[in-house]
Design a binder for this molecule. Structure first.
Ligand SMILES: Nc1ncnc2c1ncn2[C@@H]1O[C@H](COP(=O)(O)OP(=O)(O)O)[C@@H](O)[C@H]1O
Ligand SMILES: [Mg+2]
Length: 383
């Protein structure tokens, strides 16, 4: 394993100048007021990426993801610390970074290629492949300023992957454009992975992180708060995300719902494999709210065993205390302790309204000799 990106103790400070809201008279009397604030966009970031590794970078808006990618690509200088790269790097930074909008798609391909160290003939050789991938044949001689953001991303992605860099850095842009093209990009990224190249990917999609990353890093307020297995990092991110959502949003219904407790009517969370189990969920809500109840089951090592359908269990919460019953008709799990997370999501199933990590743990006892997580229920016969 070779380290291809080595980020060592990197910090980035921005100076922000605040003009005070002064009357003209005050400004004339005290011309030098106003203050300069130093903003820590990144604080002491350390991590490495190896060859053949795909690392996801997740965090809230403003957590420093783009700033970190820009320092890695050399677009920004870190205030302190050092970044070492091995091999050549192609980047798809935020929309707007990279292309000359007055030039055509064709000219931009040559320009971008030149920035990555390609000669004109080098680009000639891959030009058709780039245009083909981007599906922009008809618009290749149109000025980029007339492109939609989707077209823009298609061109940028096509160039970045066609120049065969050792390291590909992608900032969120995969969310732009239609689903079909996104899938095409993901397929291309997989090919890239098979070739043993490295990828650093910023995305808002937890599914994308699960699908393509080997590891995930979580940034929060410019600090690296997690770097590890995808599932573990996503769990930490979600805890922070919800903590913030609840703290910051005192106005809406969203902050006023809590999962108070998950209890077992028998008082015990022990269950035998194959048996049924009932759990009671207590939820308080300040207002009426209609959404869906979601349940997750994890192994102690952080492996997701099951997540219920985010649109499959509609609930109508009333103001005050609410009680839900969860019936497992048959626990298929093998011996072990399993953690349960529970939450309320909106009716469309894509925004978390309330969440409780580790709301309960169940201990499953299994009499047989199978190993693993679930009982297979397989009938073996000689034929
Ligand atoms: N050039 C800049 N000058 C001042 N502040 C900046 C600059 N670039 C980014 N920031 C600030 O740094 C923080 C991190 O921004 P960014 O890296 O874009 O976050 P993310 O990509 O995670 O949304 C934000 O609060 C942003 O306002
Ligand atoms: Mg960003």
């Amino acid at each position: 394993m070779t380290t291809v990106i080595d980020v060592e103790n990197v910090s980035k400070k921005f100076k922000i100048h605040h003009e005070r809201n002064q009357s003209l008279k005050e400004r004339l009397l005290h011309p030098k007021t106003g203050s300069t604030e130093v903003f820590h966009a990144l604080s002491n970031i350390n991590f490495k990426v190896s060859d053949n590794e795909t690392v996801g970078l997740i965090g809230h808006n403003g957590s420093g993801k783009s700033t970190l990618l820009k320092t890695i690509c050399g677009v920004l200088q870190p205030t302190t610390g050092e970044i070492r790269l091995r091999g050549n790097l192609a980047a798809l930074l935020e929309l707007g970074a990279g292309f000359q909008v007055e030039l055509s798609g064709r000219d931009n391909i040559y320009l971008y290629g030149a920035m990555l160290g390609f000669s004109r003939r080098g680009i000639d050789a891959i030009f058709d492949e780039i245009v083909d991938f981007s599906e922009l044949e008809k618009f290749i001689d149109t000025q980029v300023k007339f492109y939609s953001s989707g077209m823009y991303v298609r061109l940028a992605f096509a160039v970045a992957v066609s120049v065969s860099p050792d390291i590909l850095v992608v900032d969120e842009v995969l969310a732009v454009g239609d689903e079909r093209f996104q899938k095409k990009c993901i397929d291309r990224i997989r090919l890239f992975q098979e070739e043993g190249r490295s990828i650093l990917l910023v995305t808002h999609s937890a599914d994308q992180v699960r699908q393509i990353c080997d590891r995930a890093i979580v940034l929060d307020g410019g600090e690296l708060i997690a770097d590890g297995p995808v599932q573990e990092s996503l769990r930490i991110f979600r805890e922070h995300l919800l903590g913030d959502a609840i703290e910051h949003d005192h106005s809406g219904v969203q902050s006023n719902i809590t999962i108070d407790a998950i209890s077992s009517p028998t008082g015990s969370f022990d269950v035998r494999c194959g048996e049924a189990m009932h759990l009671d969920v207590e939820i308080s809500s300040a207002t009426a709210y209609s959404g869906n109840f979601v349940l997750e089951v994890f192994t102690r090592s952080g492996l997701l065993v099951s997540r219920s359908d985010a649109q499959g269990s509609p609930v109508n919460l009333v103001p005050g205390r609410n009680r839900l019953g969860v019936d497992f008709t048959k626990i298929p799990l093998l011996d072990g302790i399993y953690d349960i997370n529970a939450g309320i999501v909106d009716t469309r199933g894509n925004t978390v309204i309330a969440w409780r990590e580790g709301a309960a743990s169940i201990q499953v006892l299994y009499d047989g000799r199978e190993d693993g997580i679930v009982e297979m229920d397989a009938l073996i016969r000689q034929q």
